[in-house]
Ligand binder design. Structure first.
Ligand SMILES: [Fe+2]
Length: 373
């Protein structure tokens, strides 16, 4: 039986939207080559250890931070809240849940002010902030617009072993369900949840976790995604594309759980995963999205260059036929003294799936028809 996260007595913070992700990368130059040269994200600023990137229409300092570190990982899933007081609310909310919290009035990254980071009940590193440096929105910089332009951050996707538990926790936090998938027993296997007025801000997918599945950026039109595919084909990295519907994009090269050390784990990847990507077409009225891995690079982009192993931090194999990648040992970047907690969890079979839309939402979904956004 699911061990649900208790509902705090204090009000949940008023979240506006997913705002940025900070990831730790082992090779900053290779990561820059992927996110800037291939995907075309725009550099707000950079130094020898950090690169701050944003999408074309963004007006806050960044949507993605690449921070150089020893082991690839996610440092924060960051959400903007409605007012400065909501940062206080977030801190109080997670403290009541007994979660580890850290507040920094100067922020954790450049361009972001007073923030609180928490290790949430599912083990994910969440951040909440309001104050942020505004930068030029590049919407009318047609000289910068590319055929595969990523125009805004769309959503995160998180992997967690107990989706019903995660769904209830996120609903308490103020998220609402756009769509879900249930297995033959009626158990929710995946769920898409939103705060802003798009299909979702984050999604939960059943599997070994906590783990980041992907970060998704929206494009204006479907053909923008096709251009990205063409570009990756020309760079001889087309085998790193996973298409939808019925499977997206993904990453998975690394994934992690917190911005400070917590655990070491052994993980296996249940579904297809490739580092960078295009993804599913949308329903009318929604943007298309492209998801990206947690730090792909293009060292093997030149024809004839041998491909490296699939895992960043471990040996890994990839079956060309099944596209199922097996990952060996995974280590959190901050764990000085390992404490293995590799809960071996049997992946719940997703089929047959009963996907349905939340009747209260009435929203269209950019991943309609997919078995996994
Ligand atoms: Fe997605």
């Amino acid at each position: 039986m699911t061990d649900f996260v208790p509902t705090p007595s204090v009000a949940a913070p008023d979240i506006v939207r997913c705002a940025y992700m900070e990831i730790v990368v082992t090779d900053l130059a290779r990561s820059r080559a992927f996110y800037v040269d291939v995907l075309g994200l725009h550099v707000t600023e950079e130094d020898e250890n950090n690169i701050y990137l944003r999408s074309l229409e963004e007006f806050i300092h960044h949507n993605l931070v690449l921070r150089k570190g020893p082991i690839a990982a996610v440092a924060a899933f960051a959400y903007r809240v409605k007012s400065p007081a909501e940062v206080d609310a977030a801190e109080a909310y997670y403290k009541e849940l007994g979660c580890r919290t850290e507040r920094r009035t100067e922020g954790f990254t450049k361009g972001i002010g007073d923030s609180v980071r928490v290790e949430d009940p599912l083990g994910f590193p969440y951040e909440f902030f309001y104050n942020v440096e505004h930068v030029e929105r590049l919407t009318q910089r047609y000289d910068l617009y590319s055929a595969g332009e990523l125009v805004r951050l769309d959503h995160f996707n998180q992997v967690t072993p107990d989706v019903p538990k995660g769904r209830k926790y996120l609903e308490d936090l103020g998220f609402r369900v756009s769509e879900d998938i249930q297995d033959s027993d009626g158990v929710t296997y995946a769920v898409w949840m939103h705060r802003k007025q798009t299909v979702h801000d984050t999604a939960l997918t059943g599997g070994n976790g906590p783990r980041m599945h992907h970060i998704a950026f929206a494009t204006h039109e479907k053909h923008n995604i096709i251009q990205i595919c063409d570009k990756m084909g020309a760079l001889r990295i087309s085998d790193r594309i996973e298409r939808g519907p019925a499977g997206t994009v993904s990453p998975t090269r690394s994934t992690s759980t917190s911005w400070t050390p917590t655990a070491t784990a052994s993980r296996s990847t249940p579904r297809t995963t490739t580092p960078a990507t295009p993804t599913t077409p949308s329903s009318p009225g929604t943007s298309t999205t492209t998801s990206a891995a947690t730090g792909g690079a293009t060292p093997w982009s030149r024809p004839g260059t041998p491909r490296p192993p699939w895992s960043w931090t471990s040996t890994a194999t990839r079956s060309p036929s099944s596209c199922v990648r097996k990952r060996a040992k995974w280590r959190s970047p901050w764990v000085p003294t390992a404490s293995p907690t590799p809960a071996k969890q049997k992946e719940k079979a997703p089929a047959p799936l009963n996907r349905k839309r939340a009747s209260s939402s009435g929203r269209s979904c950019s991943h309609a028809g997919c078995e996994d956004d």
